[in-house]
Ligand binder design. Structure first.
Ligand SMILES: *Cc1c(COP(=O)(O)O)cnc(C)c1O
Length: 498
């Protein structure tokens, strides 16, 4: 069963948690107990495929789903039609003890596909299970990548409409085109004049407005969320951490039970939290390394114990990490505080009212056992892309480069000799302008439009353009809505015709 991080809601089944998205009274659903494998059981996954590991992990957490429902969902999501690599999330050896886990082989070229290809199936089953017949309207706030991944996952799903809000001028041109060219009658895309936090706050506010909720109810509509606050987003991400370990074990790169590190370019703290759940399930992990860009609110928090969002928002070349309110941290703090819902409530209230809170030293000690944090600035990020390309021939995207740089700094400081997997969270083609400039010099963009830059990057790196980005220039822009952050609710009404 699933409980609220703020102890303010009844316990619910997995299906209910996935259907609701977040706790109606505020707070996030977390599993009451985290299922755990013995070391023997864990290592027995060595010869399992990605799909088999997904089946095992999902079954443990979704005990109100039938085996067949999970199997159908896994098959529909992780196949060679949706992912352009048979291993789904392959590892590439970069150098010495460093590996890269490519999480961008899905349809939209970012790691969000890993969860959003399966979540719509889990949601459809959840609705059936709880006898929900109302239409579901998915609201998504995106810093760039979630939006398109959610649109692809939910397009043409019966009984569902999806509305995506993204920061106007706050995403890359390619990201914007990916979203605004989506052709499906149940998808809507809105640019919000503001940054990602404005989008996320506006959407969170819509969820918490009772009166509006009742109005929707009368119109036969229920809201849900596809952001990583939904458990159905987080859960599928646990799978690739276990899968990565098994690939290394099978290839003889690590020994039975050997502990490894994961480096995670972090924004909303969803991806790295999934790694922490894998650790709790018994995966041998030494350290989780949390990497931030210049919006280093998490790095500061992990190094000082004070979360402080009162600071300038920096627009960086890794926009999917441009976040000052990292929603899933709430789940992590709930775990680190020994399930102290009252404390979490108080901190979240302080965060909402004053923009910050401070946690106890005992919690910082618990965090320090498993997690290290650092950040990379814009110059370092660009330098890392260029240097890694010239030294190894491997092309990092801007987010992955933040992770790589933070890992390099961590290595220098600690000398930690554990084998390390850096999450590659986006294809370099998705951030074509920044990546091409970093590897080919500042003049590389002159006179080129978006598509020519994709081509140039392909020629320069010898890699084919990611299939999800290939024909963008041939698709018409179908979505042109734009609104202020104050008008998000009205925009929703206008879209839904209520
Ligand atoms: C969403 C995203 C991130 C941040 O992931 P979180 O789960 O929000 O921490 C990092 N890199 C890319 C490319 C992303 O799309």
């Amino acid at each position: 069963m699933y409980t609220s991080t703020r102890d303010n809601y009844d316990i619910v089944s997995a299906a209910q948690a996935i259907k609701l998205g977040m706790v109606p009274a505020g707070g996030l659903f977390v599993p009451e107990k985290i299922p755990c494998f013995s070391l023997q059981e864990m290592m027995s996954l060595r010869d399992s495929t990605y799909q088999e590991i997904a089946q095992r992990v999902l079954t443990l957490f979704l005990d109100d789903y039938t085996e067949e429902e999970i199997q159908t969902s896994v098959k529909a999501a992780y196949n060679e039609k949706n992912f352009n690599h048979p291993l789904i999330a392959p590892l590439k050896h970069l150098r010495e003890k460093t590996y890269v886990m490519e999480l961008w082989h899905g349809p939209t070229a970012a790691f969000k596909d890993m969860a959003l290809q399966i979540m719509p199936h889990l949601l459809s089953y959840a609705k059936k299970k709880v006898g929900e017949e109302r239409e579901t309207v998915i609201l998504v706030a995106t810093s760039g990548d979630t939006g398109k991944a959610a649109l692809e996952g939910f397009k043409d799903v019966p009984g569902v409409r999806i509305i995506v809000f993204y920061p106007h001028k706050g995403v890359s041109k390619i990201q914007e085109l990916q979203m605004t060219t989506t052709s499906s009658s149940n998808t809507f895309v809105v640019a919000v004049k503001g940054n990602f936090d404005d989008c996320q706050n506006a959407v969170k506010k819509v969820f918490s407005e009772r009166e509006f909720g009742n109005e929707l109810k009368r119109a036969g509509i229920e809201l849900s969320s596809a952001n990583s606050i939904n458990w159905g987003r987080l859960l599928p991400q646990i799978v690739y951490y276990i899968n990565a370990y098994m690939q290394l074990l099978k290839d003889g790169k690590i020994s039975f039970g050997e502990k490894i590190n994961f480096v995670v370019p972090t924004g909303n703290f969803g991806n790295i939290l999934a790694a922490w759940y894998a650790l709790q399930m018994g995966l041998p992990i030494n350290k989780l390394i949390c990497a931030s860009n210049e919006n280093k609110v998490l790095t500061d928090f992990f190094n000082t114990g004070r979360y402080d969002r009162n600071r300038g928002f920096v627009q960086t070349t890794s926009p999917s990490m441009d976040i000052l309110i990292s929603s899933n941290l709430e789940r992590f703090l709930y775990e680190m505080s020994g399930h102290d819902g009252e404390k979490i409530s108080a901190w979240m209230q302080e965060l909402a009212e004053n923009g910050g809170f401070r946690v106890d030293q005992s919690i910082m000690d618990a965090i320090g056992e498993v997690l290290a944090a650092g950040y990379a600035d814009e110059i370092e990020t660009k330098e890392t892309i260029g240097r890694v390309f010239s030294e190894t021939g491997y092309t990092l995207d801007t987010h992955t480069a933040v992770g790589m740089k933070v890992y390099e700094k961590y290595l220098e400081k600690t000398g930690d000799s554990a084998l390390t997997v850096v999450d590659a969270t986006a294809s370099p083609f998705k951030f074509n302008n920044s990546v091409l400039q970093a590897i080919a010099g500042p003049d590389a963009l002159i006179g080129k439009d978006e598509y020519e830059v994709l081509q140039a990057l392909s020629e320069y790196t010898g890699q084919p353009v990611h299939p999800g980005l290939r024909d963008l220039d041939k698709k018409p822009v179908l979505h042109r809505r734009i609104c202020t952050k104050e008008k998000v609710q009205e925009e929703i009404k206008s879209i839904l015709n209520i």
